[in-house]
Design a protein around this ligand. Structure first.
Ligand code: NAD
Ligand code: UD1
Length: 343
């Protein structure tokens, strides 16, 4: 570490949140090494990051489960901290292929942690999720809520990895561990150069909306209008991915300051329903989003939104982008890249 500049290994740095975080880290002056096996991302993203920041992105192609490669990486690079995004994240796929999810997410994290231990690297920031709260008893959600029962194997991998990291930090106070519980990241970098590029039909709401708006899909299905919410559709805490990325830079500062264990919600604190998001998108972009009401999706909850005052008080971080900005940036990205990176 040199004068607050850290050398950061970003696993999964070519992915949606990872790529925006690499931009934020480089813009904050940190040195970044991306490690990714590109199982859910494109190499083109690295060129796009370089266009935005004007800095080269060092990267190594590899799998976090490849211990030899991980050991070689740590032997050759003096890594101050790891930001760990690498993992599989499709909820429905995790129900069909649980082994792949436990192996990649939990097994991969154990492999990474063992390589870090061998190298003496004790600083890690982990991508967790609001899914660890299950169906909370009240709202907004604070970090001291008991963890719930996640509805699927994906969610259980996140909860297990949290427990592993908490135990490791408790056993050795040299560790600085930050668990970031993301709410619903959407949007894209304002340049339109990087954004969310799901493979196949999107599972999540915003990429589905933008693909309907661009004409790639005929209409949106709204999953249920009989939830216990003001308009009956599901309410979530959507957060701009660039705000989320800045949250990682703030967490890195906490790690440098020797935070021990830190657990933070990253959201905006505002709940937005599916119909409100469609309205906001139409207002921000002038595009119509045709939709029909469909049955509820299994595993969905009525409403989830965060209390983010802990991140504000302890990390000095707060989300600044509103829902219109999230929609406008998602649309700019989708228009410029109608088929994602591979077009
Ligand atoms: P993403 O799929 O775009 O990015 C994940 C990256 O990790 C991809 O580039 C993929 O190629 C890489 N990867 C996967 N397995 C790997 C392995 N074994 N070795 C090396 N690289 C591997 O996903 P994202 O939306 O950017 O999410 C990043 C992290 O944040 C994930 O851990 C995800 O579970 C978590 N998260 C995401 C959301 C969300 O809404 N996107 C919400 C909560 C938590
Ligand atoms: C989902 C995952 C969650 C994961 C998160 C980020 C489920 C049950 N949960 O969260 O574990 O951490 O993505 O990857 O999959 N909706 C529609 N039509 C659509 C898509 C979604 O109406 O085509 C609705 C949903 O019912 C929900 C809201 O939009 O009310 C948001 O859905 P989505 O974007 O998938 O996020 P979550 O379900 O909150």
């Amino acid at each position: 570490m040199r004068g607050g500049i850290m050398h950061v290994l970003v696993t999964g740095g070519a992915g949606y949140i990872g790529s925006h975080t690499v931009v934020a880290l480089q813009e904050a002056g940190h040195d970044v090494l991306v490690y990714d096996n590109f199982c859910n991302s494109s190499r083109i993203v690295l060129d796009r990051i370089e266009q935005i920041t004007g800095r080269i992105v060092d990267f190594i192609e590899g799998d976090i489960r490849d211990r030899q490669k991980m050991d070689a990486l740590f032997a050759e690079h003096d890594i101050d901290a790891v930001i760990h995004f690498a993992g599989l994240k499709a909820v429905a796929e995790s129900v069909e292929k649980p082994y792949e999810y436990y192996d990649n997410n939990v097994g991969g994290t154990l492999s990474l942690l063992d390589a870090m231990r061998t190298a003496g690297c004790t600083n890690i920031i982990f991508s967790s999720s609001a899914t660890v709260y299950g169906n909370p008893a009240k709202l907004p959600i604070t970090e001291d809520f008991p963890k719930g029962a996640p509805a699927n194997p994906y969610g259980r991998t996140k909860s297990m990895i949290e427990d592993i990291l908490i135990d490791i930090q408790a056993a050795d106070p040299a560790y600085n561990v930050v668990l970031l519980r993301y709410f619903n990241p959407i949007g894209a970098h304002e340049s339109g150069l990087i954004g969310e590029a799901p493979q196949g039909r999107p599972n999540n709401l915003m990429p589905y909306i933008t693909q309907v708006a661009v004409g790639a899909l005929p209409e949106l299905g709204v999953f249920g209008d009989d939830y216990d919410t003001p308009d009956g559709t599901g309410v979530r805490d959507y957060i701009h991915v660039v705000d989320l990325a800045r949250g990682h830079v703030a967490a890195l500062q906490a790690v440098e300051d020797g935070c021990g264990l830190g657990i933070y919600n990253l959201g905006t604190g505002n709940g937005t329903s599916v119909l409100e998001l469609i309205d906001a998108f139409e207002a921000a972009t002038g595009q119509k989003v045709p939709y029909t009401i469909q049955p509820r999706r299994p595993g969905d909850v009525d409403a989830l939104y965060a209390d983010c005052s802990k991140a504000q008080a302890e990390l000095g971080w707060t989300a600044v982008c509103d829902i219109e900005r999230m929609c406008a940036d998602a649309w700019r990205w989708q228009q410029a890249n109608p088929h994602g990176y591979e077009a």
